[in-house]
Design a protein around this ligand. Structure first.
Ligand code: FE
Ligand code: ZN
Length: 499
C-alpha cells in the first residue's frame, strides 16, 4: 500500500466517526443549522487550519499547564503578591475574574453544544477543541487569581456576582444574547466579532496590565491562553469565509450579524477602556492608542479590506465608535467612581502623575471636560467626604450600561434614543444599541435589567445594604480605595519602620 500523505493521514485519523446516516434523516441529527436562513451546499469545504489530533492537542496543552502551575506555586510560596506594583492594581483583576472568567465558562458550554450540532467533522472538532480550551481558561484563571483571594478583598463571590451585580450584567447579557441565537450567529458573534475583532482590545490590555504591574501569575496565564486565542481567531475567520463562500444569499445575513456584534462587543470593551486608563497604576497604553492600533489600523485597514471581496462592508456605527475614543474611558470610569459603593472593586481619584498622563494622552478632551471633575472629587475627598451618586441610573435596554455616553460629536450632551414596542417605551445609549433592538424587539424586551430588577423588589430589598448583601458584596470589597482594607493592609505590609 502506498504511504499516505500528511493530509490523508490526518483525514483518516479524524474522520472515522464522521459517518453518513442511513436510517435517520440528517436534518433530525442536526436540527439547528437551517432556521437562520444560512445555506450550506458543501460542508467538506470547511478546512481545518490547524490539523490537530487529540493526541497532540492534549500533549501541548498539558505542557503549558505544567509551566503555569510551576509559576503559581513559586509565586504563592514566596509571597509574590507583595511584589505587585500596588494593591490598587488588583481592581483590574477583580473586574477580570468577575466579568471575563464566567464568559470563558459560558463559551466552553456553548462550543460543546456546537461540537455536537454542527453538521460536519471539521467544524465539530474545531468546536470541541475550543470548548476544552475555554474550560481550561476558566480553570486556570480561577487558580491563578485564587491566591489573591487569601489576602485581598473582592475575589470571593464572583460567580454569584456575575449573575447579579449591575456592571457585570453587561458582559453576562452579551454572552446570553450570543448563546440564545442560532449556531452561525453565535460563531459570527463570538468566534469572529468577539475573538477576532476585539481580543486585542479585551484580552491583551488585561495581560499586559498584569505584566506592567508585577503580576507574574496572570501574565503567565495570559501567555498560556494566547496560543489558544490564535487558534480561536483562525476559527472565527474561517467560519466567516466559509459562510460567505457557500452562497451569496448568506452575505446580507452575515453582514447583519457583523453590524450587530461589532457594536455589542464594542460596548463590552467600554469596561476595558475604563480599566486601561484608570485602574492600572502603571499604564500599558491608552484606550485611544489601543483602539487606533488594533481597531482602526489592523481591522479597518486590513481585515475589512479583505472581506470587501465577498461584499462585506465595515460594521455599521463604526464612525460613532471612532468619534468616542477621546471620551469613552473618562465617561466610563467616572461612572464606576460614582457608583463603586455598589461594586466589588474600589475606585479612587487618579493621582497627580496619572492626571498628567491623561492630559497628555487625551489633549483634546481631558483638561477641558474631565480634569475639572476629578479636581472637584479630590476637593471633596480632602474635606473628609467622598462623592457617590445617590440614586439608580437609567440603563440601556441592549448593552445594559448606564446611559453615560454622549452624543457623537457633542461630549456635553448625554445620548438618549428611544423605541416604542407594543405601547411600551424602551431606552438606548446609542444608535448602535437602538438599531439592534429595533431588529429583534421580542428578544430585548426580555432583558434582565439590574436597576429595574431592584425597583421590582427582586434584589434582596429596597435599601442599599440589602442589595449589596444580595450581590454578595462584603465590607472592604467596595467604595473608595484610599483607606480601604486592601490599602491599609498593603501599607502595613510595606511599612519598614514598623519592623
Ligand atoms: Fe478563552
Ligand atoms: Zn447601549
Amino acid at each position: 500500500m502506498a504511504k499516505l500523505s500528511m493530509k490523508e493521514r490526518y483525514a483518516a485519523l479524524t474522520r472515522d466517526l464522521d459517518w453518513d446516516f442511513d436510517y435517520v434523516d440528517s436534518k433530525e441529527v442536526f436540527p439547528y443549522t437551517t432556521f437562520e436562513g444560512i445555506k450550506i451546499h458543501d460542508w467538506s469545504k470547511w478546512e481545518d487550519p490547524f490539523r490537530l489530533t487529540v493526541d497532540s492537542y492534549f500533549k501541548y496543552q498539558a505542557e503549558k499547564d505544567r509551566r503555569l502551575y510551576a509559576v503559581l506555586d513559586s509565586f504563592a510560596q514566596s509571597q509574590g503578591h507583595l511584589s505587585l506594583h500596588e494593591a490598587r492594581y488588583l481592581n483590574a483583576m477583580k473586574l477580570f475574574l468577575q466579568g471575563v472568567t464566567p464568559l470563558e465558562y459560558a463559551a466552553h458550554r456553548h462550543f460543546a453544544f456546537l461540537a455536537r450540532f454542527l453538521d460536519s467533522g471539521g467544524p465539530r472538532f474545531a468546536a470541541l477543541c475550543q470548548s476544552i480550551d475555554e474550560l481550561r481558561h476558566a480553570q486556570t484563571e480561577i487558580h491563578t487569581l485564587s491566591n489573591y483571594n487569601k489576602y485581598y478583598s473582592g475575589f470571593h463571590s464572583w460567580p454569584k456576582m456575575h449573575d447579579r451585580v449591575w456592571y457585570l450584567s453587561v458582559p453576562k447579557s452579551f454572552f446570553d444574547d450570543a448563546i440564545s441565537s442560532g449556531p452561525f450567529e453565535f460563531l459570527t458573534a463570538i468566534s469572529f466579532s468577539f475573538e477576532y475583532l476585539l481580543t486585542n482590545l479585551l484580552f491583551v490590555p488585561f495581560m499586559s496590565g498584569a505584566s506592567f504591574n508585577g503580576d507574574l501569575p496572570t501574565m503567565t496565564f495570559g501567555f498560556s491562553a494566547q496560543s489558544d486565542e490564535s487558534r480561536h481567531m483562525t476559527l472565527g475567520l474561517e467560519s466567516i469565509r466559509f459562510l460567505l463562500e457557500q452562497d451569496p444569499d448568506n452575505v446580507p445575513i452575515v453582514q447583519g450579524w457583523i453590524d450587530k456584534w461589532f457594536w455589542r462587543s464594542y460596548r463590552v470593551t467600554a469596561l476595558v477602556a475604563g480599566m486601561m486608563d484608570y485602574m492600572l497604576p502603571r499604564k500599558v497604553m491608552s484606550w485611544k492608542e489601543a483602539f487606533e492600533l488594533y481597531f482602526e489600523e489592523q481591522m479597518m485597514g486590513s481585515l475589512f479590506k479583505d472581506l470587501a471581496y465577498y461584499g462585506i462592508r465595515p460594521p455599521a456605527h463604526v464612525g460613532d465608535a471612532i468619534a468616542e475614543k477621546e471620551h469613552l474611558s473618562h465617561q466610563v470610569y467616572w461612572t464606576l467612581y460614582s457608583f463603586s459603593f455598589a461594586a466589588a472593586f474600589t475606585t479612587t481619584v487618579p493621582d497627580p502623575a496619572e492626571l498628567e498622563w491623561l492630559s497628555q494622552t487625551y489633549p483634546e478632551s481631558f483638561d477641558k471636560l474631565y480634569r475639572p471633575r476629578w479636581e472637584r472629587a479630590a476637593e471633596i475627598t480632602e474635606g473628609g467626604g467622598r462623592f457617590f451618586f445617590q440614586g439608580l441610573p437609567q440603563l440601556c435596554q441592549v448593552c445594559q450600561i448606564p446611559m453615560l455616553f454622549t452624543e457623537p460629536g457633542d461630549p456635553t450632551t448625554i445620548c438618549q434614543r428611544h423605541s416604542n414596542f407594543n405601547g411600551e417605551n424602551f431606552d438606548f445609549c446609542s444608535d448602535g444599541c437602538k438599531s439592534i433592538f429595533d431588529k429583534e424587539p421580542e428578544k430585548y424586551i426580555q432583558a434582565w435589567l439590574p436597576v429595574h430588577q431592584i425597583f421590582q423588589g427582586n434584589c434582596g430589598g429596597p435599601s442599599v445594604p440589602e442589595v449589596l448583601d444580595w450581590y454578595g458584596i462584603q465590607e472592604g470589597d467596595n467604595a473608595e480605595y484610599l483607606g480601604s482594607k486592601d490599602n491599609l493592609n498593603w501599607l502595613s505590609w510595606h511599612d519598614d519602620s514598623a519592623k
